[in-house]
Design a protein around this ligand. Structure first.
Ligand code: HEC
Length: 135
């Protein structure tokens, strides 16, 4: 039996039993509206849109290593160990926010936006992974 019918049957029943006063009728009319709204909500469940995991993609450090060697190692050295014009990133203790800001906005002679989208997420994950002190 559809839930709307259940609600209607219930409303009819309690109205019949308790309809001795005008006040009771008014009360049950209100109850019927509430139950009807409830039944409608059940009949048309709200379907949330896909969970809003922000537009920022999830980074993959393994893929990020490849991006890093291509885009960043020229200045930051292989695996971020330094030796170029950029500072050593390995074990520098950088967090995701710091690395993301550096990549998006640039730093000193480091150009902004060398990578974006998935590659950005990947290279940030990689830099954070090599930046985390090993002990
Ligand atoms: C042209 C050379 C160059 C390239 C290419 C480059 N960087 Fe840099 N990067 C630098 C320099 C120089 C700095 C330091 C700037 C300053 O602080 O004045 C820096 C700073 C940073 C910092 C901040 C370090 C800190 O201690 O806060 C991060 C993180 C970083 N770079 C990551 C990257 C990543 C990731 C890439 C590749 C997408 C990249 N860099 C490519 C030169 C470069």
């Amino acid at each position: 039996m559809p839930i709307a019918d259940v609600a209607q049957s219930y409303t009819d029943l309690v109205t019949t039993v308790f309809s001795s006063t005008i006040a009771a009728k008014a009360w049950f009319a209100t109850a019927a509206v509430v139950l009807g709204t409830f039944a409608l909500a059940k009949a048309h469940p709200f379907e949330p849109s896909a969970p809003s995991t922000s537009s920022a993609a999830t980074g993959d450090a393994t893929r990020g290593a490849v991006v890093f060697e291509r885009e960043c190692s020229g200045c930051h050295g292989p695996a971020g160990t330094g030796g170029g014009v950029g500072p050593t990133l390995a074990e520098a203790g950088l967090d995701t926010a710091t690395v993301t800001t550096a990549v998006e906005q640039g730093r000193g002679i480091m150009p902004a936006g060398l990578v974006s989208g998935q590659e950005e997420a990947d290279v940030v994950a990689y830099v954070v992974s090599i930046s985390t002190p090993s002990d």
